[in-house]
Design a binder for this molecule. Structure first.
Ligand SMILES: Nc1ncnc2c1ncn2[C@@H]1O[C@H](COP(=O)(O)OP(=O)(O)OP(=O)(O)O)[C@@H](O)[C@H]1O
Ligand SMILES: [Mg+2]
Length: 433
């Protein structure tokens, strides 16, 4: 290859690497004489060698390029360097004895930064090389600044988008909350009187049935055969036995329905509860025991409870709301168990957190659905079995306590919800004493 390394200069600016491309040794001598002491120079005596040395990974800070060379002229070398992304930004100064304006314009159009006429004046060459190296430095610095600023802006945009999304979510939750409060209020009253009427109806039906039995016994005791026959005939045509049996079932089912409506209203109310709550120092074990008692009705036919409670310091919280979280999770766990299963409830301190885990060996949740379980109104339960608000309420309450709730699950193996709640500074101090 017709390239050689020359004169690594002792001056500091020799960190600049220059490639001189010229087939005339006379011209090369002039260039070496004026630049050799200042810069780290390489020489190529034709276009192909210049491109080859660059292709091997040598990227000069500037190229001094002769135009008139055998085989490949300087214009072609320039064109190839400018069309390669890696070399497009290297400043090129043309050197030529072709001194016409057209030649100069052609060189500059191809992307060269300057044009020096031969024979070269050393002072002009040296000054122009320095100027273009300075310009290149400024350009590089600007490019770096733009890149850094773009990165900063991209990060800032990401943060902003996150905050924006969170605000949107909060707004959405607030409007759902308002809607929920309105719906809960409207449903509460009629549900209340339907429930109380059903209770009265159940009592009245019981009394009526007793009365009818007594009347039947009286008619029979009178001993008038046609009267007894008429009574039997009437009971048969009116399907009296069936009605007597079915009426009880209807009332029980209706009471069950109204109880479900009441549960939905309770959930909706919790969902939209006001923020004026006062924090109370609470022993979470007691809170968990309370929730287990309340949820026991839902659990008892489905699962055995295993408790793994360790001593934890009290935390500042809203115990009723945390109780609601535990109940929701326990009921979900029981509902996820098809036949018979186990629910493990654990409580422990990990560093400055109290950690509660509620783990079941029920159906599990698929990876795809796992992303959605905390969304309001997301449910996989039948229309009258779940509102889909349970976990969204849990998430909201835990967040309000500056804690975190997470879930791990494997389909067919079970699910584990983990709640981390911060221990108040006061409790931590007391613990350290
Ligand atoms: N322990 C669990 N095991 C399996 N799936 C669960 C479990 N907990 C929650 N899920 C899934 O997450 C969904 C949402 O739960 P969430 O408690 O929010 O609503 P829900 O239980 O369907 O209704 P609601 O709580 O209002 O009665 C459930 O429908 C169920 O598909
Ligand atoms: Mg639920």
């Amino acid at each position: 290859m017709d390239v050689c390394v020359l004169n690594k200069s002792s001056i500091d600016s020799s960190e600049y690497q220059l490639l001189l491309v010229d087939d005339s040794s006379l011209n090369l001598d002039t260039l070496l004489a004026c630049l050799g002491d200042t810069y780290d120079l390489r020489v190529a005596i034709n276009g192909e060698s210049a491109l080859a040395v660059i292709a091997e990974g040598y990227i000069p800070d500037l190229v001094l390029l002769d135009i008139m060379m055998p085989d490949m002229d300087g214009y072609e070398v320039c064109l190839r360097l400018k069309s390669n992304e890696k070399t497009a930004d290297i400043p090129i100064i043309f050197l030529s004895a072709l001194g016409s304006d057209t030649d100069q314009a052609k060189g500059l159009e191809l992307g060269a930064v300057d044009y020096i006429s031969k024979p070269c004046n050393p002072a002009i060459v040296s000054r122009r090389v320095q100027t273009h190296l300075e310009l290149k430095d400024h350009k590089d610095r600007l490019r770096k600044m733009v890149r850094n600023k773009t990165l900063e802006l991209t990060e800032a945009y990401k943060d902003l988008k996150l905050v924006h999304d969170q605000m949107l979510q909060q707004e959405k939750m607030a409007s759902i909350g308002q809607l929920a409060a309105g719906v809960a209020h409207e449903i509460n009253n009629p549900a209340g009187f339907i429930g109380s009427n059903l209770n009265s109806l159940q009592k009245y039906v019981g009394k009526m049935n007793k009365g009818i039995t007594v009347m039947e016994q009286l008619i029979e005791s009178v001993g008038q055969a046609d009267l007894t026959k008429q009574l039997k005939e009437m009971k048969r045509t009116l399907k009296f036995h069936f009605i007597q049996e079915d009426i009880d079932d209807l009332i029980v089912e209706s009471k069950d329905g109204i109880e479900r409506i009441a549960a939905i209203v309770r959930n909706l109310k919790n969902f939209s509860r006001s923020e004026d709550d006062t924090l109370v120092e609470t022993d979470l074990q007691k809170c968990l025991e309370g929730s287990l008692n309340i949820a026991w009705n839902e659990i008892k036919y489905k699962a055995k409870i295993e408790k793994d409670f360790h001593k934890t310091p009290p935390i500042l919280c809203l115990p009723q709301q945390l109780g609601q979280v535990f109940i929701n999770l326990l009921v979900n766990a029981a509902q996820a168990i098809e036949d018979q299963g186990v629910i493990i409830v654990s409580l422990e301190q990990i560093n400055e957190w109290v950690v509660v885990k509620i783990k079941d060996n029920g159906s599990g949740i698929s990876e795809e659905n796992l992303q959605r379980v905390f969304d309001a109104f997301y449910t996989t339960k039948k229309a009258d079995h779940g509102t889909g608000l349970g976990l969204s309420i849990c998430h909201d309450i835990v967040q309000k306590h500056e804690g975190a709730i997470s879930v791990e699950s494997t389909v067919g193996e079970g699910t584990c919800f983990t709640i981390k709640l911060p221990i108040s500074a006061k409790s931590l101090d007391a613990e350290r004493v």
